[in-house]
Design a protein. Structure first.
Lengths: 325, 320
């Protein structure tokens, strides 16, 4: 029997989830527009559709816990507390960006927020997450490292190496797979011998579960439970968050490999309307309240674009900074 | 003759060779149904089927290693790695195995495969999607490294690489994919590996470049009596052609978009110092990117060698 939302979370927390998801959605839509205008260059991978994963999982962690992600990383950074203005400026390549405008969309980094990086190399983050967890355990710092990654990355050697380590040495890593069913144009079942991804951890004796990644509440509950389990037992755990990206892999991908009807079906499971429906049904918020929140998010996104536009370019000499001490 | 861009020219070379030799097969991430990230293999899956155009899981080391096994078995695999920056996890397979199979088996095995990958600047993404680390691969004995500078040579070099008995790394400058069109004969023709090409004759300074820098160099040298050599193959490179040109001009400028330190320009400069130092009338100059990670957006213009830097170097050696 499903619990009511009120039994699970405070009104403030619930509206907070809604606001964060809307903020991420609007941010990504705005990025798409800025990319078409040529203000954002290079590769741009948008998170549209997957918002419940970043929002739910971040809420289920403690602030001191580390988060690492792949390159589809704007939402993770923003939900963790990165200022959307700085993130947008980073995507523009402006000096005021989160990483001084030198790394762009795929390499966001905010160690001050315990956001330990977006990684453009698929599978690059696995061993690093394992090493961070090793460090926190050795120094007895009571910190969980959450490592987010896509379904496709589970076929990289580093995935297997890291799961083995994490269990061999019993390290506090929470592996969270964002299974959106595609690695660019390749569906999971064309790339993974075992398409039930959460079952792939059995070779490493790591417990795992499958979670509805289109449901922010489910994502939150599962992450919270798992993170506390990891923290207490100092052992790795694995969550497969089942989700879907509504847009192409990146802005240059027309996504011809999947049918519009498939996308349409997934859009009926859009995490944002799904949460707003429940909020309304359970009388937690009014329509006006939700509209108000949406407006606020839009304003923040517009402000971030303005900030990015008005910010200065980095000085040429900036390329020499931060290479060595 | 058809006017083709480099994507079309490479596609044509693959297609011709696959039709001629059924041992040739392609493998890589999304090379099949999706036609590759830059659409270089478009239409080949439809034409040759999924046994010869293989969509692989996302695992570069696995792709490279499987290709080595196939090559040792007698097939002619053409693995595609989506960007040069993604070959690093496969470097072990390439460096430690592909390039050594011949010597390790004392000549009884060889590894005829062509690793294709886009490289260098051009799409304004930073770091790993934009870098030119070709020199790393030039220190691998047994591996050939080839860099086309336009559609015509791309097709001929690729056909030559596909018929070469040893492993070849074929670096496709991303910036050139759709930048220019050239007349490209429809049928097959070979551009010999290991030979540089005189892209422009001249007498007072030799400029050596390759890949996407060639186009920039050709534009920059207008008004100078410069001889421009298009290196085409970096390993083994045509030192003879360079030395011969320097003996005539007495001056050498090397232009590459890779970082300066241990870039391939250093090897060329050292070779000329060894073989033609007494012909030099000015110091050898290198015009390169700085020793920093490739930055984003506007900074990329500062990072890549531009016309002004190239002309400054020419003036400096000419007025020395
Ligand atoms: C080592 C490496 N290989 C290939 C790529 C190119 N690439 C970027 S994302 C991607 C697909 C990844 O799929 P998945 O892990 O499912 O994540 P998603 O994009 O679906 O979020 C590929 C092949 C890369 N960035 N790094
Ligand atoms: Mg995926």
């Amino acid at each position: 029997m499903a619990e009511t939302l009120r039994e699970l979370l405070s009104e403030e927390e619930l509206l907070g989830f809604f606001e964060q998801m809307v903020l991420c959605r609007e941010f990504e839509e705005s990025c798409a527009e800025q990319y078409s205008k040529g203000h954002i260059t290079g590769f741009l991978h948008l998170y549209t559709g997957q918002e419940a994963v970043a929002v739910g999982c971040t809420a289920g962690l403690q602030e001191k816990d580390y988060i690492l992600s792949a390159y589809r990383d704007h939402a993770q950074a923003i939900v963790r507390g990165a200022d959307p203005k700085k993130v947008m400026a980073e995507l523009f390549g402006k000096a005021t960006g989160l990483c001084k405008g030198k790394g762009g969309s795929m390499h966001l980094f905010a160690p001050e927020l315990n956001f330990m990086g977006g990684y453009a190399i698929v599978g690059g983050q696995f061993p690093i997450a394992t090493g961070l967890a090793w460090g926190s355990q050795l120094l007895e710092e009571d910190r969980v490292t959450a490592c987010l990654f896509g379904d496709g990355s589970m076929n990289q050697g580093t995935f297997h190496e890291s799961l083995n380590w994490a269990r061999l040495w019993d390290l506090p890593v929470l592996f969270i797979c964002e299974n959106n069913f595609y690695g660019i144009g390749t569906e999971v079942h064309r790339a993974s011998a075992q398409a039930a991804l959460h079952r792939r951890t059995c070779g490493y004796d790591i417990p795992s579960e499958k979670v509805d990644g289109m449901d922010v509440i489910a994502m939150y509950q599962a992450t919270k439970r798992a993170a506390e389990w990891v923290r207490e037992r100092q052992r790795p755990y694995f969550i497969e968050a089942v989700t879907y990206r509504f847009r192409g892999h990146s802005m240059s991908d027309p996504a011809k490999y999947r049918s519009p009807s498939e996308t349409d079906v997934w859009k009926t499971r859009d995490p944002i309307p799904n949460l707003s429906r429940r909020l309304l049904e359970e009388g937690i918020a009014t329509k006006e309240q939700l509209e108000e929140i949406t407006k606020r998010c839009l304003a923040r996104v517009e402000e971030s674009v303005r900030f990015a536009e008005e910010s200065p370019w980095p000085e040429d000499a900036a390329v020499w900074e931060d290479i060595y001490v | 003759m058809a006017q083709l861009n480099m994507v079309q020219a490479i596609n044509q070379a693959l297609s011709l060779e696959m039709a001629r030799d059924d041992r040739v097969l392609l493998l890589g991430e999304d090379v099949g149904r999706d036609g590759g990230v830059f659409r270089v293999t478009e239409g080949l899956w439809e034409r040759f089927g999924s046994e010869r155009v293989i969509d692989t899981p996302l695992c570069e080391a696995g792709i490279m290693g499987a290709a080595i096994g196939m090559a040792a078995y007698g097939l002619r695999p053409v693995p595609e790695i989506q960007f040069l920056g993604f070959t690093y996890s496969a470097f072990e397979q390439l460096f430690a195995h592909a390039a050594r199979l011949r010597s390790r088996s004392r000549g009884r095995y060889s590894c005829p495969m062509v690793v294709r990958t886009p490289y260098g600047g051009g799409i304004k993404a930073p770091e790993l999607h934009e870098e030119s680390t070709e020199a790393l691969f030039c220190q691998v004995p047994g591996l050939k490294v080839v860099v086309p500078s336009g559609p015509y040579v791309a097709k001929g070099l690729l056909l030559a690489a596909l018929r070469d008995p040893d492993p070849v790394l074929f670096l496709e400058p991303t910036r050139l994919y759709r930048l220019l069109r050239e007349e490209v004969p429809e049928g097959e023709y070979l551009v010999e590996l290991g030979r540089a090409r005189v892209a422009r004759g001249g007498n007072s300074v030799t400029v050596v470049a390759w890949g996407s820098m060639l186009e920039r160099v050709l534009k920059s040298v207008e008004g100078y009596d410069a001889e421009v050599l298009d290196l085409l193959t970096l390993n083994p490179f045509d030192s003879e052609a360079i030395v011969k040109s320097v003996q005539k001009t007495g001056r050498l400028v090397i232009v590459h978009e890779a970082a300066k330190t241990c870039g391939f320009g250093a090897e060329i400069a050292a070779t000329v110092a060894e073989e033609a130092i007494l012909h030099l009338r000015a110091p050898i100059l290198r015009v390169t990117a700085p020793d920093v990670p490739v930055p984003l957006a506007k900074l990329i213009d500062h990072y890549l060698p531009g016309a002004e830097q190239i002309r400054n170097a020419l003036d400096e050696v000419l007025q020395y």
